[in-house]
Design a protein around this ligand. Sequence first.
Ligand code: UDP
Ligand code: MG
Length: 335
Amino acid sequence: MSATQPLAASANPAAQPRRPELSIVVPVHDEADNLPLLVERLKSVLDDCVASWEIVCVDDGSRDGTLSVLRLLHEADPRINAISFSRNFGKEIAIAAGLDHASGDAVVIMDADLQHPPETIPVFLAKWREGFLNVYGQRTDREGEGRLKRGFAKAFYRLFASFGETELPEGAGDFRLLDRRVVEALRALPERARFSKGLYAWVGFPATGVPFEVAERAHGQTKFRFRKLFSFAFDGLSSFSTVPLKIATWLGVVIAIIAAGTALFFAVRTLLFGTDLPGFPSLIVSIMFFSGIQLISLGLIGEYVGRIFAEVKRRPLYLVGERIGFEKLDSVHPR
Ligand code: UDP
Ligand code: MG
């Protein structure tokens, strides 16, 4: 359905506003201090490298006046548009909403905190014009991130590479340029537990990486605490692989074999030498052991069942509270 939209737009060009060449999608959560800076730097870069552009900010339930900053920015320059969520839905969903509302021939996704340098965008564009449809930024360093976080990131990539059927390019994140065809492909994916890094890779299309250096956050603090990152990693693994489910099965088989061996050993020993001890320790140990294994397996199955539950509810991905600058576009992008 969405794939027919470009056709519909070109069938009657006079009736509808022209598509900009480039859209910038920015998920925003409590970034009131960073937004004016970001827009200023983006403007000076974009005016030089594309004929027309728009910025689509998605306010992900901010509570620090981000929305009023966005209103002011839109008044000053109507190319800056925004939608706001009714509450915090998370960065992944904010990106999905941004892709739904962006109308450019190409879309760049970037963070609001200036960690993704706007100056890399011309390089993205050059690669796009060469014919790459999915140009991803590859971070050259993870400085200023803490050794622990870096270690976990590395472990995650290794785990994903050995588990998942989809290959993730190392160091590639959300900072990237997507051609309209890729955007439409992503929009057509209905899943709720969105792990965009995996989805970008899953949809395919000619892709290439552009190295960039992650800058320091301009203002404020990261919103991704460890707990959030863990659940994010699990979302990624479980929505791209069923290996965790199989681990439970393998573990069960191995444990069952060990248990059979142990039983045989005790039986033979009792027959040959008789009982010497009542055997309470081994009983208690094995009960605890098997309960543990069962709980792990149940837990794993539960994680997947939970995801099935979330999918079958068919709830909308997000709820929009306010649109800034999209009134004129609603006929082009009915949602
Ligand atoms: N963000 C969001 N919703 C959230 C958390 C973060 O839209 O619930 C946005 C945030 O405003 C920023 C981007 O996602 O533009 C990256 O967030 P952050 O800098 O906190 O993450 P990090 O750079 O540490 O990965
Ligand atoms: Mg950041």
